[in-house]
Design a protein around this ligand. Structure first.
Ligand SMILES: Nc1nc2c(c(=O)[nH]1)N[C@H]1C(S)=C(S)[C@@H](COP(=O)(O)O)O[C@H]1N2
Ligand SMILES: [Mo]
Length: 498
């Protein structure tokens, strides 16, 4: 190994020690206060719409992992470079560590839920990194041949790297979700006082199941580290323009009488034919009673849901109280909410996209007005009000597949939450529309499976689908992007029959 390579690894060892020490220091403060998490969160908040769109489209639910890997790679390259430079002038190393600490601290302090202590992990990390730099990069003995630059201790680098790995692993483990997972296992939810009808699905190969299993349910949020809310310490506050502000424990909430309902949730970012939606059986506290108990003041036309990590969604007060099954969900498909889906409490409002209604890790409901407050995505120019647009998708046959010429089931799902689906039509090669057969449904708030039997002629064909909602409105053909309030257009697949 050349001395330059050793110096590069020395730089990496310093950066790794800094990051690992910061990770450990963040454990008693908050996982979000660790510099990598904080810088990542700032990036998530700042990325312009087209980049976010590209990330979701390209990496899907792995967008966060890709971001963290990106930050890690950038750090690694920079650290190696600084290591090489520090051999000549050690000030490069100290300066780089100071910048790392400063940027991390500033990022952490800028988070919506940060306190002053959030600067500590970055500063402590930088200090540890500086100590490692001081130890590893030594002045050559004065009697050595005139060799400019510092000598980097190769064994020291290995020891520092191992130490950083160990510290990082311990910090990762201690700061992990283990204790919250354990608390979740211990949650016992009461039986519902009102149990909605249970839908049944069609059993067709390749068709999306009627109920989406928790593990298969799409996940979309800005949280790089999952908020960790222990049910025992949980408080929900109802604040803002209300006559009676409320504060409820988890026990208070679930003792209010739970309802269980099947509801389809979808993300505004779902593309035509996309899969950012799911249907689950949710157990929750009716939202209407809670809001009425707090007593909104006149003009408080927006209910702002705020999460433990400071994310917000704004829902019309009117929609929360118009009698639909808007709820604070605590259970999903017979279990307490999974951590990724908002444990211990999330909001759900049938008929609205998630970004204007479905706050996960919910800690506050603030009564406000649309005039006075813009929620997270509204500040980024998405629409303030966003009812779900009618959606239909062909699940089978798959795009560009080759099928036989015998009768085949064309099938998929369609939804228009709270308006319901009245009709689904399919056509082949731009011909006449044919009515698909609709699966029975329990109400207007879930998606509806459909199927249609087709006997294709040999050759290449284009299948298209469109749905009509309960108000009689048919999906428009024109394709638009999800921004700013949901995509439109007919889904199509091209297949070859032979
Ligand atoms: N705290 C928090 N809640 C959130 C979000 C978020 O970023 N943070 N994203 C919302 C969006 S955009 C959607 S589509 C739904 C997705 O819920 P899911 O991940 O359980 O499918 O959660 C909503 N609730
Ligand atoms: Mo979303």
């Amino acid at each position: 190994m050349t001395s330059r390579t050793t110096a590069a690894f020395g730089g990496i060892a310093c950066a790794a020690s800094a990051v690992a020490a910061a990770q450990l220091a963040a454990v008693p403060i908050a996982p979000g206060s660790a510099p990598v998490a904080a810088v990542g969160a700032v990036v998530v908040d700042a990325v312009p719409e087209p980049v976010k769109d590209f990330a979701i489209r390209t990496f899907g639910v792995h967008d966060k992992l890709v971001l963290l890997l990106g930050i890690g790679t950038a750090l690694l390259v920079a650290a190696a470079l600084v290591g090489v430079l520090s051999r000549r002038r050690i000030a490069f190393g100290y300066t780089a560590l100071a910048v790392l600490g400063g940027v991390g601290a500033a990022a952490a302090l800028s988070r919506p839920t940060a306190g002053p202590a959030w600067a500590v992990p970055s500063v402590a990390g930088a200090a540890v990194g500086a100590a490692v730099l001081w130890v590893l990069f030594r002045r050559p003995p004065s009697d050595a041949a005139p060799r400019p630059g510092r000598v980097v201790d190769r064994r020291g680098v290995l020891v520092a790297l191992a130490g950083a790995g160990l510290t990082g692993a311990v910090g990762w483990r201690l700061g992990g979700t283990g204790d919250i997972e354990a608390a979740r296992e211990g949650v016992r939810l009461p039986d519902p006082v009102s149990s909605g009808a249970e839908g049944t699905g069609l059993d067709i190969d390749g068709l999306t199941p009627y109920i989406t299993a928790n593990d298969d349910f799409y996940r979309v949020d800005t949280a790089l580290v999952l908020p960790r809310l222990a049910p025992d310490d949980y408080r929900l506050r109802v604040t803002g323009r209300v006559a009676n502000p409320l504060e409820l424990t988890f026990g208070d909430l679930i003792d209010r009488g739970l309802i269980e309902r099947e509801i389809t949730l979808s993300c505004v970012s779902v593309q035509v034919g996309g899969d950012l939606s799911g249907n689950a059986r949710w157990l929750g506290v009716p939202l209407k009673d809670l809001i009425e108990e707090a007593g909104p003041e006149p003009g408080a036309d927006q209910v702002v849901g705020r999460s433990a990590d400071g994310w917000t969604a704004g829902t019309p007060t009117e929609v929360c109280t118009d009698g639909r099954d808007a709820m604070l969900a605590v259970g999903m498909n017979g279990e307490p909410l999974p951590l990724e889906h908002g444990f211990p409490v999330r909001m759900l409002v049938p008929g609205l996209y998630g970004y204007v209604s479905a706050t996960k890790w919910l800690v506050e409901l603030e009564l406000s007005s649309f005039e006075d407050f813009d929620a997270y995505w509204v500040r980024r120019d998405w629409a303030a009000e966003a009812p779900v647009k009618t959606f239909s998708r062909i699940d089978t046959p798959k795009p560009l597949s080759t099928i036989g010429t015998g009768p085949i089931a064309v099938a998929g799902i369609a939804y228009a939450q709270h308006r319901g689906i009245d009709r689904v039509e399919v056509r082949v090669d731009g011909g006449a529309w044919a009515d698909a057969e609709l699966a029975p449904v329990i109400g207007d708030d879930t998606w509806r499976q459909w199927h249609w039997t087709w006997e294709p002629a040999p050759g290449r064909h284009k299948l298209e689908v469109r749905a009509t909602d309960g108000d009689g409105a048919t999906q428009p053909e024109e394709r638009t992007e999800p921004f700013p309030d949901g995509a439109t257009g007919w889904h199509s697949v091209v297949v070859t029959a032979q």
